[in-house]
Design a protein around this ligand. Structure first.
Ligand SMILES: Cc1ncc(COP(=O)(O)O)c(C=O)c1O
Length: 397
């Protein structure tokens, strides 16, 4: 009844389980959400008033497909790599739309795309919807296994490699400089595109920033930025920066998709950025999220050092923790929800949903006190298998 491209579509596991985690008294480490208490509401209200006064009726008119030029200029000058020009930027309805447009621009059904194992679930959804053939590459705290990657690109034509280089969702891992250089060298040599998804890059809590893949190989890297984690996700504002020839085609696809992203929201973001509110806001959320990361890492080490291991990330919103036993975290998840704590079981982030003993723990949307209590609840379960079995079987959904 429906088109071929719908066959491999499945609803996001995370979105499905988020419903379960909305129950009162639940401590949820499941969503990938920024803390709403930290949204820059006052600065956005002022930005909104200013733009209403300045633009009046014009605020509500259609505008150009690639996005408002002053906004693209601001991104080029303040947020993108120094070599990127405004004409290389297109504003998208969240970076999620950017991914969809670029995948549609590059991928024919059956084309092979490399992803890391594990990787961002939303990218898997886009790639599946566009009928890409997915191949996963193992990766560690330093980035993807480049030998494994080269063995594949030598053997068969690969169209692109999708990656989150800074503070990955779900693992929190960031590429080392060596892997960045190694990957871009392979892309140049074997002629594949790199899709560099960077919504967390500005959320660094320690260590020095490393060059983006785009700065290392501008002609082969398509970079995705987002205001969701650094201002607010409801705005649905993101951008693509890419070589001009890619932008030209993406612009046509964007026009066909939605004519342009909301002009109102673009003006709001522009007005917010022009007021200079972003930098102090970033300082505030970096400090708050950095403290929560510390709280979670400390609580995990104190309560669970014998039963799971993790590498503390230097930024982002997630800790990826792996049980020392081979037990599936999907089972643990059911019991955890019954105990009032939630996380995302690792298998959601693998191409074939491989059973997995890892979990993604979000630390940005809970206070340090809630983090301590949530990890304590989790530890009670993990360290007591009989309790786990009893609570899991009591929960039906
Ligand atoms: C790695 C990654 N890419 C893209 C997105 C989507 O972001 P946006 O809200 O800009 O569409 C997310 C959201 O969680 C993400 O984690």
């Amino acid at each position: 009844m429906f088109a071929q491209r719908t066959i491999n579509l499945n609803s996001s596991f995370i979105r499905d389980i988020l419903a379960v985690t909305q129950q009162p008294d639940m401590i949820s480490f499941a969503g990938g959400l920024p803390d709403p208490e930290l949204f820059p509401v006052a600065a956005l209200q002022q930005a909104s008033m200013r733009m209403q006064q300045q633009l009046g009726n014009r605020l509500y008119q259609y505008s150009e497909t690639p996005g408002l030029l002053p906004l693209r200029r601001h991104i080029a000058e303040q947020l993108a790599d120094p070599e990127v020009h405004a004409e290389q930027i297109i504003i998208t309805t969240g970076s999620q739309q950017g991914l969809d447009l670029v995948v549609r621009c590059l991928i024919d059904p059956g084309d092979k795309v490399l992803v890391e194992a594990p990787t961002y679930l939303g990218a898997l959804q886009v790639l599946r919807a566009n009928q890409a053939t997915l191949i996963s590459i193992p990766s560690d705290e330093q980035g993807p296994d480049l030998e494994a990657l080269e063995a594949i690109v030598q053997r068969e034509p690969i169209r692109c490699f999708y990656t989150v280089t800074d503070f990955q969702n779900p693992t929190g891992a960031s590429y080392s400089l060596e892997r960045r250089k190694g990957l871009t060298a392979l892309a140049e040599r074997y002629n594949f595109w790199i899709l560099e998804d960077a919504p967390y890059s500005a959320l660094r809590y320690s260590g020095d920033p490393l060059p983006s893949l785009q700065s290392l190989l501008p002609e082969r890297v398509i970079h995705f930025g987002s205001f969701s984690k650094i201002i607010a996700p409801a705005l649905r504002m993101g951008w693509i920066s890419a070589p001009r020839e890619v932008i030209k085609v993406v612009e046509k696809l964007k026009q066909a998709a939605d004519l342009h992203s909301s002009g109102y929201d673009q003006q709001l973001v522009l007005s917010f950025l022009q007021s200079g509110a972003l930098e102090p806001h970033l300082e505030q959320i970096r400090s708050a999220y950095g403290e929560r990361l510390e709280a979670m890492a400390t609580a995990l080490t104190r309560n669970l050092s014998d039963s799971l291991h993790f590498t503390k990330p230097r930024g982002g919103m997630f800790i990826w923790a792996t049980l020392t036993s081979n037990e599936s975290t999907l089972e643990l998840f059911r019991a955890a929800v019954a105990e009032g704590v939630a996380f995302v079981p690792g298998e959601a982030f693998y191409v074939n949903g491989e059973s997995d003993n890892s979990m993604r723990l979000n630390f940005s949307n809970s206070s340090s006190a809630m983090i301590e209590e949530g990890i304590r609840r989790l530890a009670t379960l993990i360290n007591d298998s009989s309790r786990r079995e009893n609570t899991a079987s009591a929960l039906a959904y």
